[in-house]
Design a protein around this ligand. Structure first.
Ligand code: SF4
Length: 218
């Protein structure tokens, strides 16, 4: 499935939305958890009913980061939800659909406010694991110019839950592919787990580990 942000980026209308400095400050002051609660409220009250009040005009073009995010992600009204994301009109959004909409809104906001400091802290979490799929193993082995079987034997190990393989870490827990200047040696083929942090996943500890997240998690 195409990454929603790749699709959105193709639209001249959607990609023109940006958070102003004032709205970025608002996000930093409130914290992401509070902004998420705002998004949940807006989606539940203005978008989720089968026939939302003033549908098509219920989302202002300014005034709150969630409003901007809704226009940027085509989640501003039921018509856009239908055209872009094939959500049927005339029926209420289920709790799961509401959560997906909120996740998309928050992913857009995070892309606007998060600025990685390249400190490498997320690659040095002592008990962190990086699962790798078969496809990822093939790509990493090819990128490193290694035979796949030899790569699996030398550079991966069984996951703690015994479901699949993880990349081996250094003895101190740091990622084996982190170089001396905090750069990833396999960056072009790095696994999804690394590529999608923090935009598609984070856990309760992430704000403690990552200084850039700490500033905006609230
Ligand atoms: S810990 Fe955060 S700021 Fe540091 S490299 Fe990782 S994502 Fe970037």
């Amino acid at each position: 499935m195409t990454d929603p942000f790749v699709r959105l980026e193709r639209s001249a209308f959607r990609r023109r939305f940006r958070l102003s400095e004032e709205l970025r400050r608002y996000v930093a002051e409130k914290g992401l958890a509070a902004i998420r609660r705002h998004a949940e409220d807006f989606v539940r009250d203005r978008l989720a009913p089968a026939h939302p009040y003033n549908d098509g005009r219920q989302t202002p073009m300014k005034g709150h980061p969630v409003f901007l995010a809704q226009h940027a992600t085509a989640t501003c009204c039921r018509g856009c939800l239908n055209r872009w994301w094939h959500v049927p009109v005339g029926v209420p959004l289920s709790p799961i659909q509401q959560r997906k909409v909120v996740n998309l809104i928050m992913a857009w906001i995070l892309r606007q406010v998060f600025a990685c400091r390249r400190c490498g802290a997320c690659c040095r979490i002592p008990d962190g694991i990086v699962r790798v799929s078969e496809g990822e193993i093939s790509r990493i082995a090819a990128f490193l110019g290694k035979d796949e079987e030899a790569f699996i034997a030398a550079e991966t190990e069984l996951a703690p839950d015994r479901k699949g393989l993880v990349l081996k870490s250094r003895p101190d827990g740091a990622c084996a592919y982190l170089d001396g200047e905090n750069r990833c040696r396999i960056h072009p083929v790095k696994p999804d787990k690394c590529r999608t942090f923090p935009y598609e996943w984070m856990n309760p500890d992430s704000g403690r580990v990552c200084p850039a997240l700490r500033d905006i998690c609230g």
